[in-house]
Design a protein around this ligand. Structure first.
Ligand code: AMP
Length: 137
């Protein structure tokens, strides 16, 4: 069963497209957090970011930068957030990778971020960084 975003990419479900290439499609979010809220979606259907192929991830990164620049130019909002959720517990509702580009407007509309910052445990940080370094392959 293709995801709703695969069906949009296939033209089966309408969208307000702002960009498309071989690997990526971008369109207006149907329930925008602010004016100009765009979704940037790889055509490769994967649930989570780390599951993408290198080619798809590279194309997504290139498109994301271009779409963000176009959103800034078109909306006049210099400030914006890029959000990418992985997994239901991390607020992912559509299980097909996507990046949100969400302008922050002068009227205050845009993404509200809850950010409970802790303090890096310096005693354990070297082992933690090493474990992530070792997992890079
Ligand atoms: P997430 O919580 O990161 O999975 O966000 C999914 C996003 O997809 C939400 O912001 C929805 O408003 C958006 N969305 C769902 N269906 C559509 C659709 N048919 N067209 C455009 N945006 C959609």
């Amino acid at each position: 069963m293709p995801s709703i975003f695969s069906r949009i990419a296939a033209g089966e479900i309408p969208c307000h497209r702002v960009y498309e290439d071989e690997h990526v499609i971008a369109f207006l979010d149907i329930a925008p957090v602010s004016r100009g809220h765009v979704l940037v979606v790889p055509k490769e259907e994967r649930e989570r970011l780390h599951e993408l192929s290198p080619d798809s991830a590279a194309a997504l990164g290139r498109a994301l930068q271009r779409v963000a620049a176009a959103v800034v130019r078109a909306t006049g909002a210099a400030d914006y957030n890029v959000l990418q959720n992985n997994g239901a517990a991390a607020h992912q509702a559509v299980m097909h990778v996507h990046f949100h580009v969400i302008p922050k407007h002068a009227d205050g509309t845009g993404l509200g971020v809850g950010w409970r910052a802790g303090t890096l445990d310096q005693a354990h940080a070297p082992a933690l960084a090493a474990s992530i370094r070792d997992a890079m392959h």
